[in-house]
Design a protein around this ligand. Structure first.
Ligand code: UDP
Length: 235
């Protein structure tokens, strides 16, 4: 295993699969199988999942709702996704714990860093729900923050594209993919890896990010085996 402790970031939208909204159970179980595969090889796995398939704070603002109110709704959306993923991981035979940044004691533990680390050491998959618990942040920021807090070796950002390109490959056919790029280079080229809060947190704390295509089964394991998959962003 190239990495011992990882933080996997999945977007809410990726859970939709081919659906227009909500959660695709088939997609969830495919993810769960892949996560189980690397866990069985000894990886310690923490996960942050987005909520964009259900609700985004900016949406609320457009409708005239207070932004902070909408952001809290977005955080609750991440909890729905987290619970769905938790169930899928458990059906795949993994032990899991869900920790929420907003207290919801009937359904999850509160976020306690030391406890999270202990769970990981005991082989439990830990899901961090409700983002950072603060409005005006994203789940990418939550992923960066938690990854740094638990001393993860890397953030694996699962997306629909297979890495970072010189331009948007869906619009520009001449775009080429980077295997490796530095934070500085990605910034000066204006490439979008994560939002700036998340990006600078990783850069300043020397935490590499790998952007890869999570929807091609096997990629996660290949990446953990040290194969060249996706794009790595590092100092
Ligand atoms: N959110 C927030 N604080 C956080 C994380 C998330 O306010 O720390 C809200 C924000 O409104 C965001 C929504 O939750 O739009 C869903 O998260 P995100 O957009 O990051 O999900 P993804 O794009 O990964 O599906």
């Amino acid at each position: 295993m190239k990495y011992r402790r990882i933080l996997l970031k999945l977007s809410g939208e990726s859970l939709m699969g081919d659906k227009q909204f909500g959660i695709d159970n088939q997609r969830l179980s495919v993810y769960a199988e892949q996560i189980k595969e690397i866990h069985d090889l000894g990886a310690e796995v923490a996960i942050v999942i987005g909520g964009g398939n259900i609700f985004r704070g900016v949406q609320a603002e457009e409708g005239g709702m207070d932004r902070t109110h909408g952001d809290y709704m977005g955080m609750l959306a991440t909890m729905i996704n987290s619970m769905a993923l938790q169930a899928a991981l458990e059906s795949a035979g993994l032990q899991t714990r869900l920790q929420s940044a907003i207290e919801m004691k009937e359904i999850s533990e509160p976020y306690v860093r030391r406890r999270a680390v202990r769970h990981l050491e005991k082989g439990r998959v830990v899901i961090f729900g409700a983002g950072t618990g603060n409005p005006y942040f994203t789940t990418d920021s939550a992923a960066s923050l938690r990854a740094i807090e638990i001393n993860a070796d890397v953030i694996l950002k699962g997306t629909r594209v297979d890495g970072i390109y010189t331009a948007d490959p869906e619009k520009d056919p001449t775009a080429t993919k980077f295997d490796v790029i530095t934070f500085e280079d990605a910034y000066s080229r204006g490439l979008k890896v994560m939002d700036m809060t998340a990006f600078t947190l990783c850069m300043e704390n020397d935490l590499p990010i790998i952007v890869f295509d999570m929807d091609s089964p096997g990629n996660l394991k290949r990446l953990m085996d040290g194969e060249q998959v996706g794009t790595i962003v590092r100092n």
